[in-house]
Write a protein of this length. Structure first.
Length: 192
């Protein structure tokens, strides 16, 4: 999406020529393959463990960090792999998003009109909010499971559900708040 915003702001007249359906399809395929490549080794890393503790998970889905803690074997390799993949994916995504927004800011600040400059920056606000809504629970969950051994299981469970449910629920709201018509209806629904 950061690349989409970059093209829309920096090269608006060439948007359709740059982001063609085949190119978008290839970009989507690369994203899917990246996800598969990161997740594919996890079952094999978990399969080599011997489990001797109770097999009750606190989440409604199988979380790698939690399954690792049920093992009686040494989990160092899995812990390092999980932390590296989290840092690499979040770090790489953040770096690419940051570079994209640096280029967007460079282009926007070169616009002479202050009003046009603010309007161009306004298109990026929703995207940045969506990124924060997605990455904050993800990072919080990863850190809590890795370093929060003394934290309560309730906190880990709540963070797991926040990570799973909040981003898809909040994402449409983040993007629709900019619409004046929808914003007025949302305000009316809460003010009643």
């Amino acid at each position: 999406m950061a690349f989409d915003r970059f093209i829309a702001i920096c090269k608006p007249l060439r948007y359709a020529a740059i982001l063609t359906p085949p190119r978008i399809t290839k970009m989507g395929l690369v994203a899917v393959l990246r996800g598969v490549a990161i997740i594919f080794p996890v079952p094999f890393l978990l399969k080599r463990f011997r489990f001797c503790r109770a097999n009750i998970l606190s989440h409604s889905y199988c979380l790698h960090q939690e399954v690792m803690k049920l093992a009686c074997s040494d989990i160092t390799v899995n812990s390092i792999y999980g932390l590296c993949t989290t840092l690499l994916t979040v770090g790489l995504d953040s770096l690419l998003i940051f570079l994209s927004y640096v280029m967007i800011l460079k282009t926007v600040l070169s616009i002479a009109s202050h009003t046009e400059c603010l309007r161009a920056l306004n298109t990026c606000v929703s995207h940045l909010c969506a990124i924060l809504v997605f990455y904050t629970p993800d990072i919080g969950l990863a850190v809590t499971h890795r370093f929060g051994n003394s934290s309560s299981h309730l906190l880990q469970t709540v963070l797991g559900y926040v990570y799973l449910l909040v981003p898809p629920l909040i994402n449409p709201i983040v993007y629709s708040v900019k619409s004046k018509h929808l914003r007025e209806r949302i305000i009316r629904a809460f003010v009643k």
